[in-house]
Write a protein that binds this ligand. Sequence first.
Ligand SMILES: Nc1ncnc2c1ncn2[C@@H]1O[C@H](COP(=O)(O)OP(=O)(O)OP(=O)(O)O)[C@@H](O)[C@H]1O
Ligand SMILES: [Mg+2]
Length: 332
Amino acid sequence: MAILELERLSRHFEVRPGFVDRVVRRKPSSYIKAVEALNLTVGHNEILGIAGESGCGKSTTCTMVAGLLAPTGGDIRYKGDSVLDLKGAGLMEYRRRVQMIFQDPYESLNPRFRISEIVAEGPTALSLWDGDEIDERVNAMLNAVGLPHHKYADRYPHELSGGERQRVGIASALVMEPEMVIADEPLSMLDVSIRAGILDLFKDMQSQRHFSAIYVSHDLSILGNVADRLMVMYLGQAMEIGPALEVIRNPKHPYTRALIGAVPVPDPRTRRAIPNIRGDISKPIDPPPGCRFAPRCPHADASCGERFMELDTADPHLHQAACHKLDVINDG
Ligand SMILES: Nc1ncnc2c1ncn2[C@@H]1O[C@H](COP(=O)(O)OP(=O)(O)OP(=O)(O)O)[C@@H](O)[C@H]1O
Ligand SMILES: [Mg+2]
């Protein structure tokens, strides 16, 4: 059984018109459909990558899975049980076992706390162990993430570099012994020169501790390196999913093809067809029912604006694209 299943998960944000429009002109609210009918499964010990441009709903999905934002539709199941109505001990256990690593290591650490206090915060709040054991585990965790405790435990966040702070973020998540880690662009705020070290740390930790993960990034080369499977999103909808390297090397969906075509290729002799994409990415405000990529897709016809194909993500080996016109595209 998968550890995590998202079933038609949706999050809409209401945008209320101004007072005059609302009261005098009786203008109704509009809705940003940030995530729409998303199906997704994550297996045990699997790293599921999510790719897509800014605003496509990656963080909204992550915060819903982490229990920090309520969905407006659909279900989140953890080991078979819905997490939306968890309370008491069940909710505490979920909060412990599903941990998030945040994008911004500058904002996510409390500047008034010492590093050891930051890492001890979660275990102390949930009274996971007695004080001595928490201290021991915090020290061991700092050592494991490359911050020797005798050197770092008593420092404050402002005394650390960005990379060191992100190591603290990773330690804070892993000290809880999570079964699922959600990493929302953990490298994007860091200097390029230190990204590889943090990525290697994440991969080493995952291979030692066998947690499942959702790993979000704009960067397909990072996802090709870290993820087992890859889902590509566009304006709140899943466009393609499959084994990561297969999606990157042999993208099926016109949007994934455009996204991969936009990544610089190191070998200039390699030629990739870059489809002719029109227009700019916009916000999904009151979008029509069909495929949200249709207005920019060179292959779209009227039917694409009417229907959207949902992906069936239960089979981890299946490579699928949410496009009705794949036969036509592949023939052309
Ligand atoms: N609290 C909110 N209220 C209104 N709209 C929101 C809210 N949070 C997110 N959105 C909108 O939902 C859409 C998806 O946002 P989200 O942050 O999930 O995107 P993202 O894929 O994480 O982007 P990025 O790559 O820039 O981090 C965007 O159009 C965003 O403006
Ligand atoms: Mg985001």
